[in-house]
Design a protein around this ligand. Sequence first.
Ligand SMILES: [Zn+2]
Length: 243
Amino acid sequence: MAPLPLFFIGSGNAFAPGGLCWNGFVAGERHLFEAPPQTLMALNRARIDPNAIETVVISHHHGDHCLGLPFLLLHWKYRGRTAPVDIVGPPGTRELAEDVGLRVFPGLFESAVEIRWHELRPGEELNLNGMHLRALPMKHDERLAYNLGYQATIAGRRLAYTGDTAWCDSVEEMARWAEILVAECASRDERIPIHMNLVDDMPRLRAAMSAESLLVLTHLDASIRSTELPRTFVARDFGQLVL
Ligand SMILES: [Zn+2]
């Protein structure tokens, strides 16, 4: 089985606690999951060519998950990108990106780079750039129209990503399915109705997974530095896991 590297451009929750960068990661060196505000800086710092990113996958429209898109689009317009890019997200992603993007960088979309938008509803699936994606409904901010998580099959590896969510059926489904589950864990023991925590949720999440599967915690509070759960890793800003 081919190795699947995950590189974390950030590991923190929306409050950037303790100076953590906002959550996001690159899978297989070409699929970017989330576009937090620091995305372009983080890719440049890690010497990952932003023009090598083929797919951007957005889970929901909170700012810590998508407000890096204007900077990526700016880079792609002016810094030599020629290949098209696929941007995946819930319905409204294109409208939001164009609205914000044009307000902060006028002319942003007058570009030779083809942007291919793919808006998924829960249960919908997509094949692109060597990846199969399935969107799942998550339990997060009901004021947003959609909150998605994803099952992604890349080079035969089964990667699941919860996005932001409280415990729900989709979390359990991902736990049973994934070889690698990247899960939000927004606090140590605080019970926030739209998030999961380390003390209450991660043990039952781990228990729902097969023994050989890997659990990676992200979207963290700064107090979460380690865990004693088996085969469970705490993501680090600019850290890499090869699976
Ligand atoms: Zn959120």
